[in-house]
Each structure stands twice: as C-alpha cells, then as structure tokens.
Design a protein around this ligand. Structure first.
Ligand code: SF4
Length: 359
C-alpha cells in the first residue's frame, strides 16, 4: 500500500485542480463544498460556492440569515432541503458549539443534513481524521482497482469498497489522500478510464484482467417518470401573482407561479384555468402562450406548458379579491423585476427569465 499511496499523492500534487475550498481547508468551506457538490457539476459548484462565500463568509453570517435569502443563494442547485439543513446546522453550531465548527465526528454527524459521507469528508479533509471519503468517484476507482464484482451501491459490494478505501488511507496526509482519490476518479478513472495517465495503473486488478469497462457493476436504473404540467403568469396592473409553496411539500417554501398536472383528457389551456381556480379561487383566462419548458429531475422528467393569464371577467385595474390559497402559505403581486429576488424552482426560474423581457 505505501507505494500506491505515494504514487497517488505525487500525482495529486502536480495534477490537482485549483478549487476555492482547497486554499485554506476551513471546516466551514469543506462542509459547504461537500454539500453543494452533491448532484452538482464541478464548474457549476465553483460558481455557487464563490457566490455563497461572498454572501455568507462564515458560520455567523449564515446563522444570522433568513431562510428566504439562503434559498435564493441555493436556487438552481435543487434539493432545497440541503439549503434548509445547512441553515439549521449553522444555527446549531452557533447555539451549541459557540459558533466554532465541531471537530468530533459524532458532533459533526449530529448536524442537520450531515450523513456519514459528509461527516467523514469534513472530519478527514478539515481535521485530518483517518477516514475514507467514498463518493461516486471513489467508488469507481476502488471497484476497478480491487475488482469489486457486485453492484457498488448495495451490500456486500458497498462494504467491500468502504473497507478497501479505509485500508488505502495513509496515517499522514489524510486530507491530500482523500482529495486525490476523488480527483483521480473525476479526472482519470472516469466513466471511460484513461488508464494510460493513471498513477495507479500498475496496481489495478481490473486493468490487468481487461475488464475496466465492466467495473463498477451498476445497480438497477432509477425509473424516470414523464410528467406533463401547466403553470401560468397572471398579470394585473403590471404586477405578477406568485405564491409560496407549502412547507413539507416538494420545493417547500419556494415561490412559484400557480399550476399543476394536466389530467387525462384535458388540454393544457383547460388545465391551467382549473388549477388557478383550485389553488387560488381566481377565475382566469389564457391570453398568451410562453411555450414549453423541459426540466429533468432525479425521478421524473417535467414538461411544463406555460401561459400568460388575466382575470376572466375583465382586465382589472386591481385584483378583484384576495386569493383563497390551497397550495401555498403566502402570496404577493410583484413587479417583473421583483421576480429576481425570489427563490424559485428551476423550471419557474426559466419561465421568469423568459417573460422578464416581454413584460
Ligand atoms: S488503471 Fe484505469 S481503471 Fe484502474 S484505477 Fe487507473 S484509470 Fe481506473
């Protein structure tokens, strides 16, 4: 193992990408980067990370922020429960740890939204604790290096990978080692591995067996469900109606244009009129179409028909009555430029950007 470890560390020293959380390795930065990079491409993660650190440079500023602001800075990354957990964790650190990020693994693990992977990543990368970080990149590297022949997300293969990953971690340079493993998976041991550039090629069992294309063994593919939905931009006296989604629902507490699924046999134009009545009590009519927005989520693929709306009775100078909200906790009538300040789900943000120039 020492030769492997040294080869890996030497490779990392010359090939690592200059990422913003690799400068001072503060626990706060390591933690935020790890949470942000889950399900997020690196380039995108870097942009969000820099923006985040400008607004919330430390735990104190984050803990003092309101949820609305935090969601706005998270918008576009999806999985908004992560943002809410990050805020709750910052407040817990402020209230229970004097504002100092805890160093003990069990204290890190007790923070909201911190699972075994993230806790291990922070403990090892920020505090040097001898633990492996097994993300999807490391899973791929280890399964190929040691020819793990079962689906990597399931036991017993997952346990085998954790055990090999732990054995690989050296006594010293834990931080660099774990970063190097992840970097090797991201840059060299990719889906199509570049074994000719790999510092571990001489140790790699699946390379020697000629089966790198069969490792890692995939699990069952998630079923992606197509969903057809509608949403509408109701304009009255130059202002746009938006509502804040219910807590506990998908996209909780984000702002949206009302809408919902198209029912069987229903035309999208009919669906939006029905949905508006159900969600707000407003009788509306369609006056424009804003096209189709497609957006992919983890388990479904959304086709969102978008419409411009006005009150059905007549173009009113002011809303005829307050809405009766059934799918939201709050509402507001905003100027088009006010949409930029609201945290919205990705598909609704696309629509907001689309209409911004036309209203
Ligand atoms: S030799 Fe190839 S398959 Fe093996 S770890 Fe390196 S890049 Fe991955």
């Amino acid at each position: 193992m020492p030769h492997m470890q040294q080869a890996l560390l030497a490779w990392f020293a010359t090939h690592k990408r200059p990422l913003p959380w690799r400068v001072s390795y503060t626990p706060y930065e390591v933690w935020i980067s790890e949470i942000m990079l889950q399900q997020t491409q690196m380039e995108r993660g870097v942009v969000y990370f820099r923006r985040w650190m400008e607004r919330f440079p430390n735990i104190a500023t984050l803990a003092a922020a309101d949820e609305e602001t935090v969601l706005r800075y998270w918008e576009g990354l999806g999985y908004y429960s992560r943002a809410r957990h990050v805020l709750a964790a910052a407040r817990r650190i402020r209230d229970m740890h004097g504002g100092v990020f805890p160093a003990r693994l069990e204290d890190i693990r007790a923070l909201p939204g911190v699972g075994p992977y993230t806790a291990g990543a922070v403990a090892s990368i920020a505090f040097g604790e001898r633990l492996p970080c097994v993300d999807a990149n490391v899973e791929r590297v280890v399964s190929r290096l040691f020819d793990v022949d079962g689906p990597v997300k399931q036991e017993p293969a997952a346990g085998t990978i954790r055990a090999w990953a732990l054995r690989l971690v050296p006594e010293n340079h834990v931080r660099e080692h774990n970063q190097a493993m992840m970097e090797l998976g991201a840059l060299v041991c990719r889906k199509k591995p570049r074994c000719g550039e790999c510092p571990l090629a001489r140790y790699c069992v699946s390379l020697h067996l000629g089966i790198t294309d069969q490792r890692p063994v995939p699990g069952k593919k998630a079923v992606i469900t197509p969903v057809t939905a509608v949403t509408g931009v109701l304009v009255c006296a130059g202002r746009i109606f938006v509502q804040k989604r219910l807590p506990g629902a998908v996209w909780a507490n984000l702002w949206e244009f009302p809408g919902g699924r198209v029912e069987q046999g229903e035309r999208p134009q009919e669906a939006i009129v029905r949905e508006y009545m159900e969600e707000t009590g407003f009788a509306v009519r369609v006056v424009a179409t804003y096209g189709l927005i497609r957006h992919g989520y983890t388990t479904y693929r959304l086709r969102l028909h978008c419409f411009g709306l006005e009150f059905a009775d007549a173009p009113a100078l002011q809303p005829p009555a307050p809405p009766v909200l059934t799918a939201a906790t709050q509402y507001q009538w905003v100027l088009p430029q006010g949409l930029q300040d609201l945290a919205m789900p990705a598909a609704h943000r696309k629509l907001a950007d689309r209409i911004y120039t036309t209203l």
